[in-house]
Design a protein around this ligand. Structure first.
Ligand code: PDD
Length: 290
């Protein structure tokens, strides 16, 4: 597999970074994950804009302009054996000659791009929905930045895996924030609810698409704080991300989500949103080809 590292396209086995790289020592870097369908990156400009926001937030100057990034990603995508991909971009503050917390002077950032097959939830999983656990959101207060310092997310996500679940839904001071690697939406009485995009959550590219599609198709929605009680009384819960797309959570902490006969099953709003999402994605791809 060909990857990009610091100006070179080379086999992954030959891609080497210094053990003094600040990404390794401090988790001092930014990343993005861009879904690619039939070799066409989906919403790449939005991902590159968020990369810029993260780099600005961690005071690391962007080593590439938009056109350069697009060209680099295009070349990685073209070189892969598979058509549906998940492109990973990472930029760290580079490798100094010693380990020292403050920013090094005159050190070039490390830029790494690689691609893997895009693994979206299989139809059977989508039709059954997935189980999640809840946990206290113990991350820092800049969750709006997509940094590679993901230890808290890793530990939180592992709690889900240990419980045989797909995701950990987090609460901070009694309010829903997001999943360990996804945004979380609630549906209650026909209204789609989303936590505000502030420092407590990652501004998901998929989150934005979901709200755009709700507006376009007339699904009532509100962006506001979601107290724990509302999370637990939800008719539907969804997780969204570039790789999970829109995926219903049908069990939370061992209890079925929803009421009556609909409890524990993906709800109608999720099914509608997923269909809109697929149609929108296909429309964007057709336009990209035109
Ligand atoms: N994660 N919130 C968190 C904490 C995330 O890590 C992600 C994505 C999202 C959804 O963002 P988007 O819709 O832009 O993918 C929300 C990626 C996929 C990852 O870390 O692998």
């Amino acid at each position: 597999m060909t990857v990009y590292l610091n100006g070179q396209f080379l086999p992954i086995e030959e891609a080497k970074i210094s053990p003094l790289d600040r990404g390794f020592l401090f988790g001092d870097g930014a990343y993005e994950v861009i879904p690619v369908y039939s070799r066409r990156p989906f919403r790449i400009d939005e991902h590159l804009r968020r990369l810029q926001t993260t780099l600005d937030g961690i005071r690391l100057s962007n080593p590439h302009g938009l056109a350069e990034w697009r060209a680099l990603v295009e070349r990685i995508v073209a070189g892969a054996e598979f058509a549906d991909q998940s492109v990973y971009i990472q930029v760290t503050r580079g490798a100094d000659v010693k380990r020292d917390h403050p920013f090094p002077q005159g050190v070039a950032p490390t830029v790494f791009i690689y691609t893997a097959p895009l693994v979206t939830p299989p139809a059977a999983v989508r039709e059954a929905g997935v189980a999640a656990v809840s946990a206290l959101d113990n991350r820092w207060l800049r969750c709006d930045l997509k940094t590679v310092s993901l230890l808290a997310n890793v530990l939180l996500r592992q709690q889900a895996v240990d419980a045989g679940c797909a995701e950990t839904v987090m609460l901070r001071e009694g309010y829903l924030t997001e999943g360990a690697a996804s945004n979380v939406f609630v549906v209650k009485d026909g209204v789609l609810l989303a936590p505000p995009k502030d420092h407590r959550v990652l501004p998901g590219v998929t989150y934005d698409i979901v709200l755009e599609l709700a507006a376009r198709h007339g699904m009532p929605f509100a962006v506001r704080e979601i107290p724990e009680a509302e999370l637990r009384a939800a008719d539907e819960l969804w997780m969204t991300s570039s790789t999970k797309e829109v995926l219903p959570i049908t069990v939370l902490d061992g209890k079925p989500v929803g009421r009556g006969a609909a409890a524990g099953k993906p709800g109608p709003a999720a099914q509608r949103m997923y269909a809109w999402y697929c149609a929108f994605r296909d429309e964007v791809m057709r336009k990209a080809d035109a």
